[in-house]
Design a protein around this ligand. Structure first.
Ligand SMILES: [Zn+2]
Length: 93
């Protein structure tokens, strides 16, 4: 048994990402965002003050939720059409 925290809401337990609610998301060697509910919207939802006509259309704001408890686990701002960012890569041992 081994467990460690990745973020405030996410930990790794026995090689899997586990939500704070106890829901097992999936293999810790993968991008945990693959296991979440993804909501993608215009960048102004991120609270950024950008001109939606000049800059906003080039970016999207993504939010990643636990499919069990709907806790928001992570957010990211990305270029429109860009693959989901893999910013938490861990050595799952
Ligand atoms: Zn959860």
């Amino acid at each position: 048994m081994s467990a460690r925290d990745v973020t405030e809401f996410l930990r790794i337990e026995n090689g899997s990402f586990v939500c704070r609610c106890g829901h097992v998301l999936g293999d810790a060697r993968r991008n945990f965002k693959e296991f979440t509910l993804i909501e993608e919207g215009p960048i102004h939802e991120a609270g950024l003050r950008v001109n939606p006509y000049r800059v906003g259309g080039r970016f999207v704001f993504r939010q990643f939720y636990c499919p069990n408890c709907l806790l928001r686990l992570e957010t990211e701002v990305a270029l429109t059409g860009e693959p989901i960012l893999w910013d938490i890569q861990v050595d799952a041992g």
